[in-house]
Design a protein around this ligand. Structure first.
Ligand SMILES: [Zn+2]
Length: 153
């Protein structure tokens, strides 16, 4: 599942396979890019409306990474959608990439032959060893402190 940022539609960087985006992206598009959006929607692109708690989780991490000032609500929703759908976020926005990486999400740039950045972190409870793909303040099992482990590659 690919989660598509508005720049995907603007650049016409069409992805094969399952795709999704968030409602806010549509309002950032005009002309050809809007048409691409409608075509992909007609072909089954999912419109994900993230839950409040996931949005809060993203906002919290963005504050810590220093990206919260530059992320729009649509950006935050895109990251939240990627968490909920366990998808690969497709964007060339640095602040989105940075926050998504901090959350352990897979990201893919839009530059056609360019850098394909894939970094996956895992988080592990220091008390019970419970592993999580997304960042959490406290372990959901025992309430212990979570720490970030090396990327899985
Ligand atoms: Zn634990």
């Amino acid at each position: 599942m690919y989660i598509l940022d508005s720049s995907v539609f603007i650049r016409g960087h069409i992805k094969e396979g399952d795709t999704a985006t968030v409602p806010g992206v549509s309002s950032e598009l005009v002309g050809d890019s809007k048409l691409r959006f409608e075509v992909m929607r007609g072909e089954g692109m999912k419109i994900q409306i993230p839950q409040e708690k996931t949005i809060k989780q993203v906002s919290h991490v963005a504050e810590r990474t220093g990206d919260s000032g530059v992320l729009s609500m649509t950006d935050v929703c895109l990251i939240a959608a990627a968490i909920e759908l366990d998808g690969v976020l497709v964007t060339d926005d640095y602040a989105i990439q940075n926050t998504a990486t901090e959350l352990g999400l897979d990201i893919e740039g839009i530059v056609m032959d360019g850098i394909k950045q894939r970094r996956k972190w895992i988080f592990q409870c220091e008390s019970c060893g419970k592993v999580s793909k997304t960042i959490q303040e406290r372990c959901r099992v025992c309430g212990g402190a979570m720490s970030r482990k090396n990327p899985l590659g």
